[in-house]
Design a protein around this ligand. Structure first.
Ligand code: SAM
Length: 307
């Protein structure tokens, strides 16, 4: 039976690498079989990611019944509180250790969720591999989402060797440690002690020697007298209004701020951005979040002369 699905069409030589990345990010729709079309391979994806198109796919019969889920290392996060489906999911993949159901939305200052264990080992800690880097995460204690892995690589691709980078809301370090590959130094701050513990472990795990972890409120960073940064990452959606002036103060003239926001209409953050700089702004959709809401990133070139 053929069914219409979202998919990414990629050149054959990139297919395996892209398939693995989508699998890591929990975006590969394993209920359908990838297939070739001309020089491309069509990879079914679980949501409308950037560049996805609609195509017909044959269902893999034994996987059709698996529930929707997001993969984070050895943990699957299900959208339904369904014990029977969780057991089937756990049995479907040897690398899976635990199936969780989020009892709350992402909440609080630390942006964490509370989980119920539906199947497997009762744990919220796991190790995630992303583009050759390893991150120990604890989903109950500190925020982590595999869905931004492509975005981290995009930002890395924009960097010059030796840049000074500030990650204002670093969590367990996925942006900071990914960008450290090209940076001269990365300052990585977070106010969640558990996140900073994991950040320190992840710096060691990846043998990064140029990431400086800090347990600090981003609001205090501009008082520390840092020389200006070439690039500032702001991944705390909903906080633009509060922290954008500090980010602009910490960024050099001509440097870049990557501002992540949850929004319901294009250009929602532009008035806030225009209050701190008149520099060039590029806005793009990172991923859909819920109907009518999406995760956007604004790449902002900071111009200081005219302020
Ligand atoms: C959405 S998470 C992003 C974490 C990480 N950048 C990532 O991509 O996985 C936001 C992080 O900001 C931290 N946070 C919230 N308010 C903060 C503040 N005022 N100063 C520093 N960190 C803060 C939270 O603890 C959380 O780890």
């Amino acid at each position: 039976m053929q069914e219409e699905q979202w998919c990414l069409a990629v050149p054959k030589r990139e297919a395996e690498q892209t398939r693995r990345r989508l699998l890591d990010e929990g975006l590969l729709d394993r209920r359908y079989k990838p297939r070739s079309e001309g020089d491309a391979v069509l990879l079914p994806v679980t949501e409308e990611v950037a560049g996805a198109v609609r195509c017909d796919f044959a269902a893999v019969p034994e996987r059709l019944e698996l529930p929707r889920h997001e993969l984070v290392g050895g943990i699957a996060i299900m959208q339904e509180n369904d014990l029977e489906a969780a057991r089937r999911l756990l049995a479907s993949r040897p690398s899976l250790e635990t199936v969780l159901f989020p009892e709350t939305a992402v909440e609080g200052e630390y942006r964490t969720r509370r989980f119920a264990v539906l199947a497997g080992v009762p744990a919220t800690r796991t190790r995630v591999t992303e583009y050759g880097l390893h991150f120990d995460v604890d989903l109950a204690l500190a925020y982590f989402s595999a869905r931004l892995s492509t975005e981290r690589q995009r930002v890395l691709g924009l960097m010059e060797e030796g840049e000074r980078v500030l990650d204002m809301f670093a969590g367990v370090g996925p942006f900071a440690i990914a960008l450290a590959r090209r940076a001269g130094v990365v300052v990585a701050a977070d106010l969640n002690p558990a996140a900073v513990h994991l950040l320190v472990e992840n710096i060691a795990l990846n043998r990064a020697t140029n990431v400086v972890p800090m347990l600090a409120d981003a609001g205090h960073l501009s008082r520390l007298g840092f020389a200006p940064f070439d690039r500032v990452v702001m991944n705390l959606p909903l906080a633009a209004a509060q922290f954008l002036p500090a980010a602009a103060a910490l960024c050099r003239d001509g440097g870049t701020i990557h501002l992540y926001a949850l929004q319901e209409r294009e250009g929602e953050c532009l008035p806030l951005i225009r209050a701190v700089t008149s520099g060039e702004v590029t806005e793009r959709q990172v991923r859909t979040y819920s109907p009518g809401k999406w995760h956007a990133v604004y790449d902002i070139i900071v111009e200081k002369e005219d302020r």
